[in-house]
Design a protein around this ligand. Structure first.
Ligand code: DGY
Length: 341
């Protein structure tokens, strides 16, 4: 049996660090968070997990915690932070987007924030491609024909014609990590040209052979438009009736970012009036989308329920990264993926 006097100094330091960390209390807002996050955090902290979904659980449990593990469903605002108390200094959100968090409040309270970029890029880009293929080839409409027995028995060479991705001009709004992953996939589809817009020209754009243009040029020239920019005050409702009116009538519109970048009513009328060909949306407003939404009635829309990052592997990596960011933040180290406040 090992006696205390024989403890190796390194072991002692490790134990003391653990004892030291024990005093930190972490709240996990989602009761169904991947196990890896829970396991990592409980090694060093006291962990409380909400027993159900929704803000009320968080409001009940957040008082006195040192760190918060949340996701894009958890609005982090003044009210929540006031209830938490001034000891809350670290937040990890298991999402790339952080539009649900009031950054000014965090800044004024000196709270560190980490998110989960990069680890979800490929999964989200896959969904973007899935939507582009499905929308351009009229998946919803085709399926309805089968279900409603309206698939004509005579072969009609004009029936169910879609749009080609090969040879098309692509417009990407926001060539960040996800936008770049979409562009990489599209190159394999032999597109003619990739245009992108954003705050500035990027070296990554050059490496991908993509051309930096203004929104108007992208809007008018693209056959497919992918929205991959984050939701900010600047991008809020940026795809409005004006935007859709400028798109090609054969244009396909894809959104894998946030529903609020789009004026949804304007999109619905553009789809109804044939101003654009089709849309593929992984995000919409509100979420969950009510079952009686007009969007569901349209056959030139393909919808998925915000599943961009929803693969087992990606969600595990997001959970791991969020826990690691929190541990590093609590330990006074730079997070792996900090959000600049
Ligand atoms: C993200 O990580 O931002 C995804 O959209 C999930 O919210």
């Amino acid at each position: 049996m090992i006696s205390k006097s024989s403890w190796h100094p390194l072991l002692l330091t490790l134990l003391l660090t653990t004892v030291e960390m024990k005093k930190f209390k972490v709240l996990i807002t989602n009761p169904n968070v991947p196990r890896v996050a829970y396991d990592l955090l409980t090694q060093a902290c006291d962990v409380v997990t909400n027993q159900g979904y929704g803000r009320n659980y968080t409001l009940e449990n957040i008082k006195g915690v040192d760190a918060l593990f949340c996701d894009s469903q958890a609005k982090v605002d003044k009210e929540l932070l006031d209830v938490a108390g001034s000891q809350l200094k670290v937040i990890g959100t298991m999402s790339a987007g952080y539009n649900h968090i009031d950054l000014n409040e965090l800044k004024s309270r000196d709270i560190k924030l980490g998110n989960t970029p990069v680890v979800l890029d490929e999964a989200v880009a896959d969904v973007a491609m899935m939507l582009a293929m499905a929308a351009s080839r009229r998946l919803t409409e085709g399926r309805r024909h089968i279900e409603q027995n309206t698939w004509p028995s005579d072969w009609d060479p004009q029936w169910m014609l879609g749009q080609d991705i090969a040879g098309s001009t692509i417009g990407i709004i926001g060539l960040g990590n996800i936008g770049q992953s979409i562009a990489k996939r599209l190159k394999g589809f032999d597109v003619a040209k990739i245009l992108y817009t954003g705050h500035r020209e990027k070296p990554e754009g050059k490496a991908l052979g993509a051309e930096f243009v203004n929104l108007d040029t992208l809007n008018k020239n693209s056959d497919f438009i992918f929205v991959a920019a984050p939701l900010t005050n600047e991008t809020n409702q940026m795809c409005n009736s004006d935007f859709f009116a400028k798109m090609k009538k054969t244009g396909v519109f894809i959104n894998i970012s946030r529903g609020q970048l789009v004026d949804q009513e304007a999109l619905i009328s553009a789809l109804k009036n044939g101003e654009i060909f089709a849309a593929g949306l992984d995000v919409m407003t509100p979420e969950p989308l009510p079952a009686d939404s007009e969007l569901l009635k349209l056959s030139n829309v393909v919808l998925t329920p915000h599943i961009g990052s929803a693969t087992l592997n990606t969600r595990n990596e997001m959970a791991r990264l969020t826990a690691q960011n929190i541990l590093r933040g609590l330990g006074g180290e730079e997070m792996f993926t900090p959000v600049k406040l």
